[in-house]
Design a protein around this ligand. Structure first.
Ligand SMILES: *[C@@H]1O[C@H](CO)[C@@H](O)[C@H](O)[C@H]1NC(C)=O
Ligand SMILES: *[C@@H]1O[C@H](CO)[C@@H](O)[C@H](O)[C@H]1NC(C)=O
Ligand SMILES: *[C@@H]1O[C@H](CO)[C@@H](O)[C@H](O)[C@H]1NC(C)=O
Ligand SMILES: *[C@@H]1O[C@H](CO)[C@@H](O)[C@H](O)[C@H]1NC(C)=O
Ligand SMILES: *[C@@H]1O[C@H](CO)[C@@H](O)[C@H](O)[C@H]1NC(C)=O
Ligand SMILES: *[C@@H]1O[C@H](CO)[C@@H](O)[C@H](O)[C@H]1NC(C)=O
Length: 261
């Protein structure tokens, strides 16, 4: 039985082999209708392959385009985010700047309150013994000096003889009731008439030049309560100096005494 099966298998294999050979033979021998059939099949296969390739390329291309678009979008979003961030940062730094200005203003106001209660509070933005008014510091020296010497004394304090430039300063000076104090008016060749103090704000020639070329016969202005007089600069009057106050140091508000100069 097993022999028979083997034989049959062999026979079958043989027959398939012969068929293959026969096909091969047929291929070898030019038989026109059969050959065109094969060629057509091959052409179809080739076309299919081409189509597949094209589709593949198309798919790849579209994937590539998609990626490119995504990248483009990402880039645009990044740029948008960046400019937003920059704007935000600008806002933030502007906000911080505005906040620091507000804080400084509050500190100045608070310090002024403390200064009214204790004129030598450590937060005072003026040196010891100086009076603080708005953004300026003032000091009165009761000794008598020539105008030029007085000017020198003030500049030694990094200050200048008092000038009255606006209503607020005028009110402050009036309140001090200054008796025979030099003013920071320009020395002049002619003796100017007496004027009311209020008028000095509008029409005065406030001193800005160097005093080294001051002549003996020149006239300088001084204050007598609410009038301004002119007299020889070589006469002696009292001294009031002014200078810009420092910014109030925020942390100094928590302290209690005035710092050493
Ligand atoms: C842009 O900002 C949005 C919102 O803040 C965020 O969700 C997104 O991830 C950001 N895009 C990029 C590319 O950073
Ligand atoms: C910046 O501030 C302005 C006004 O304060 C506001 O209108 C704007 O929305 C802010 N921009 C950002 C990015 O925060
Ligand atoms: C900061 O202050 C200035 C002037 O007061 C104002 O114009 C500006 O809008 C303020 N900025 C912010 C971000 O609040
Ligand atoms: C005047 O200013 C100079 C330079 O700013 C400084 O060195 C000096 O200590 C100041 N003098 C007084 C009395 O404030
Ligand atoms: C008045 O003028 C002085 C000096 O120029 C200045 O420091 C001060 O801020 C002015 N005050 C007012 C209220 O304009
Ligand atoms: C004033 O002038 C003198 C000499 O002309 C000069 O030495 C001095 O530095 C000047 N002072 C100022 C404050 O300009």
């Amino acid at each position: 039985m097993s022999e028979e099966v083997t034989y049959a298998d062999l026979k079958f294999q043989d027959s398939s082999k012969t068929e293959e050979i026969q096909e091969f033979d047929r291929f070898g021998i030019k038989v026109p209708p059969a050959a065109s059939h094969v060629w057509r099949r091959r052409a179809w296969a080739l076309t299919l392959l081409c189509c597949l390739l094209l589709i593949g390329l198309g798919v790849l291309g579209s994937i590539y385009m998609e990626k490119l678009n995504k990248l483009q979008n990402f880039k645009e979003e990044l740029q948008r985010n960046l400019s937003l961030q920059l704007m935000h940062n600008k806002n933030s730094s502007e906000n911080i700047w505005n906040l620091s200005i507000t804080l400084q203003e509050i500190a100045t106001k608070l310090c002024h309150e403390l200064y009214i209660k204790n004129p030598e509070h450590k937060c005072k933005p003026c040196p010891k013994k100086w009076i603080w008014h708005e953004d300026r510091c003032y000091i009165q020296l009761t000794r008598y000096e020539t105008w030029q010497k007085s000017d020198k004394i003030c500049s030694d304090h990094n200050a200048s003889l008092v000038k009255i430039k606006n209503k607020s300063m005028l009110e402050f000076i009036k309140f001090q009731r200054l008796y025979h104090y030099w003013l920071g008016l320009s020395p002049r060749k002619d003796k100017k008439d007496t004027t009311i103090l209020d008028e000095t704000i509008i029409s005065s020639d406030w001193f800005t030049r160097n005093t080294s070329d001051l002549d003996d016969w020149m006239y300088c202005g001084y204050i007598d309560i609410s009038y301004v007089y002119h007299t020889k600069c070589t006469e002696t009057k009292r001294i009031m100096c002014e200078k810009l106050a420092n910014p109030v140091k925020i942390e100094s508000i928590l302290m209690s005494e005035v710092p050493e100069e």
